[in-house]
Design a binder for this molecule. Structure first.
Ligand code: NZQ
Ligand code: ZN
Length: 387
């Protein structure tokens, strides 16, 4: 097990009616809030009106910036930075999913920086200051509610890039599973795959003697395998929605990554897909993860056999242990299909014309992945396996 420092300072406020606390929690950080949200789901559900009422009850002055798109865009981030600077905003309240939260994080960092916020994404400097961020989560998926990262798409060239730092981690995250009842099945499933992917990125490590976190990863994956189909069948089932929502945070607050070095190649390979083709990040991962696994499983067959037997209940094949490993990958792929996800590029209507370009962009800062280091050509091969 590797040495580690672990700290996650986001206060999680979880359960029924917890959004009623938004005014009180926000007021702890000031009197001027930038309310940031997406394309309208919070208005349709009535959450918007309840949030406004609670903020007003606490004498908070409200500025608004909406229309965050899935795979959030840099141009809107720049608009938000301008609003914050011109109005001396004290706190940003993100009401939505990973896209809204990530956009809020970039605004929070940009509001405290004199240069171009894209500098952080180009790794020209590290982020050291940001406005505080509060969250009301409406879709369990990205884990951004307590992660230190933000992923933004620059429309100028369709570069999807990330930056991170402890100062952009949200101060609080209000998580009421009832707020996820209105999620379309596709978003429920895509979010579920993203949660599973965050676990698997950490699970496939070269670090030996990480039994405890291996078991935590397996428990999280098994919880998702049981509860995603339940939520799809009965969207207003509080218990399955709650299991998924709490798992989404734990999957990405880095508890499961303690003492080990995660892989993260699949995420970077996927970001090129959602950056260019604007598909849901979780759907992109349902396509890329099986292909990545097929490409790398021989690197550590034992780990893939463990994954197959413990997570997917595959019986160990004594005549062909390799078959055991492959059966685990097949079972995972079938599960993604059953919950309505695309599992090939063809399923998502994507052809091979941009493989070279995407692989070049993915390796711009060097080879990707820690379990197996992948260069540009490896990544082209993985896209081919995903066809
Ligand atoms: O915009 P609205 O109208 O709100 O609709 C959204 C959006 O269309 C809808 N939605 C959200 N909550 C809803 C709802 N519809 C009905 N009822 C509700 N309760 O869902 C759609 C998707 O929302 P989005 O925020 O894009 O989803 P997600 O949370 O999956 O976020 C995806 C983004 O997060 C990034 C991804 O790359 C992607 O850009 N990631 C961020 C990470 C991080 N910051 O740590 C890590 C992840 O690996 C990921 O890369
Ligand atoms: Zn993800």
């Amino acid at each position: 097990m590797l040495n580690f420092d672990f700290q996650n300072k986001t206060e999680i406020i979880f359960g029924k009616n917890t959004e009623e606390r938004v005014g009180v929690e926000t007021a702890k950080y000031g009197k001027k809030v930038l309310l940031h949200y997406g394309g309208g789901s919070i208005k349709k559900s009535g959450l918007y009106d309840r949030v406004i009422a609670e903020l007003k009850n606490n004498n908070i002055e409200i500025f608004e910036l909406n229309n965050v798109k899935p795979n959030p865009r840099l141009s809107l981030v720049n608009e938000g930075i301008k609003i914050c600077k011109e109005n001396n905003i004290d706190i940003i309240l993100a009401v939505g999913g990973g896209s809204v939260i990530d956009s809020a994080k970039a605004i929070a960092a940009g509001a405290k920086y004199d240069g171009d916020v894209w500098d952080f994404f180009l790794k020209k400097l590290l982020v050291t200051d940001a406005l505080p961020i509060g969250v009301i989560l409406t879709i369990p998926a990205a884990g951004s509610e307590s992660s230190s990262g933000s992923v933004i798409t620059n429309e100028n060239g369709w570069y999807k890039k990330s930056f991170g730092g402890d100062v952009i981690r949200p101060k609080f995250a209000i998580m009421n599973p009832e707020l996820t009842y209105t999620l379309p099945a596709y978003q429920t499933a895509a979010g579920g795959v993203d949660i599973m992917a965050h676990v698997m990125e950490r699970y496939f490590t070269n670090e030996p003697n990480v039994d405890f976190t291996d078991r935590l990863c397996e428990a999280t994956l098994k919880t998702m395998i049981v509860n995603i189909p339940k939520a799809l069948k009965n969207p207003t089932d509080y218990n399955s929605r709650a299991e998924i929502m709490w798992a989404s945070t734990i999957a990405h607050n880095n508890l499961l990554g303690t003492g080990r070095l995660g892989d993260w190649a699949s995420h970077n390979i996927e970001h090129e897909l959602s950056g260019i083709y604007d598909i849901a990040h979780g759907a992109g991962l349902a396509i890329i993860f099986p292909a990545w696994m097929k490409y790398v499983y021989k690197h550590n067959m034992e780990k893939f056999i463990q994954f197959a037997t413990r997570v997917w209940n595959v019986e160990y094949d004594y005549n062909s242990p390799e078959e055991t490993a492959l059966e685990g990958i097949r079972k995972m792929t079938s599960f993604f299909k059953e919950i309505g996800m695309p599992v090939t590029l063809e399923d998502a209507g994507i052809n091979n014309e941009k493989f070279e370009e995407m692989a070049s962009k993915a390796t711009e800062f060097g080879p990707q992945g820690n379990f197996v280091k992948l260069n540009k050509q490896d990544i082209v091969e993985i896209y081919k396996l995903a066809e």
